[in-house]
Design a protein around this ligand. Structure first.
Ligand code: HEC
Length: 224
């Protein structure tokens, strides 16, 4: 109970601080790297897509709704309104709400996975950089090593058992295979045949992820 009160107070205090901070421009360094470090969490690859697909949806923290003044659509908005203190996940509202026992975000029954939460924590503790890893290997892309992760990072936030936009679920291999078989996965990558591009604007799949999905589909979309 006491811990709950403490966390609420912390959130109130932090929100106040961050509203004041909104006046200041926060520099947005982009650190590109071709040599991907397995111990580094890359914002563009591993953090932004999760936040965009699980928090920045309509009615929550997109540009229009901005619930509690928090907009989580881009690096600069996340840094300005999401309550991130670089190198200090424990003092960062963005991380605190993910593990909070009574104010958890996204609101139950939705939840980020343990590894997504850990990635956000590590990203903050590594300095909350606007970094991206550009290395891309399409030849060794398997469903288990890569595609399932791309889908859970970029799509499952809106296509799961509690929120199934357009009746599409993408939590299991067979659900993903269904939209490969009827051609819709290819169509939503590029917005062809009248389908909207997925994920919806302003989120985007990186070119690397798109190419890996295309290559995997071309080889028969196996559960490898
Ligand atoms: C922020 C929420 C959100 C995310 C993230 C998202 N979608 Fe969607 N998806 C929607 C909405 C909303 C619709 C309905 C769009 C429409 O009717 O035009 C939809 C529809 C679809 C459809 C059905 C299209 C049709 O008209 O039959 C497919 C397939 C789809 N999404 C796949 C994906 C894939 C693959 C990803 C990840 C790369 C993804 N979605 C990420 C919200 C999302």
């Amino acid at each position: 109970m006491k811990r709950g009160i403490f966390i609420s107070l912390l959130i109130v205090l932090l929100s106040g601080t961050f509203l004041q901070n909104c006046k200041h421009e926060i520099p947005t360094p982009v650190v590109f790297s071709n040599d991907c470090d397995p111990d580094t969490i890359y914002f563009v690859n591993q953090v932004l897509p999760v936040i965009q697909s699980s928090c920045a949806m309509s009615g929550c923290h997109d540009h229009k709704s901005r619930r509690e003044g928090v907009e989580l659509t881009s690096y600069s908005k996340i840094m300005k309104t999401g309550g991130v203190t670089a190198f200090n996940s424990g003092g960062s509202m963005l991380y605190e709400v993910l593990i909070s026992t009574h104010n958890r975000m996204p609101p139950p029954p939705a939840s980020l996975t343990i590894s997504q939460i850990q990635n956000i924590k590590n990203w903050i503790d590594q300095g909350a950089l606007n970094n991206e890893c550009l290395g891309c290997d399409t030849s060794n892309t398997t469903y288990i090593s890569r595609i399932s992760n791309v889908i859970s990072t970029n799509c499952v936030g809106c296509h799961n058992s509690s929120l199934a936009e357009k009746g599409v679920l993408l939590e299991t291999y067979s659900e993903v295979k269904d939209i490969v078989n009827d051609g819709r996965l290819q169509d939503v990558l590029d917005g062809t045949n009248g389908y909207s591009v997925m994920p919806p604007y302003p989120a985007v799949l990186t070119d690397c992820s798109k190419n890996q999905i295309r290559h995997w589909i071309e080889t028969g979309a196996p559960q490898n």
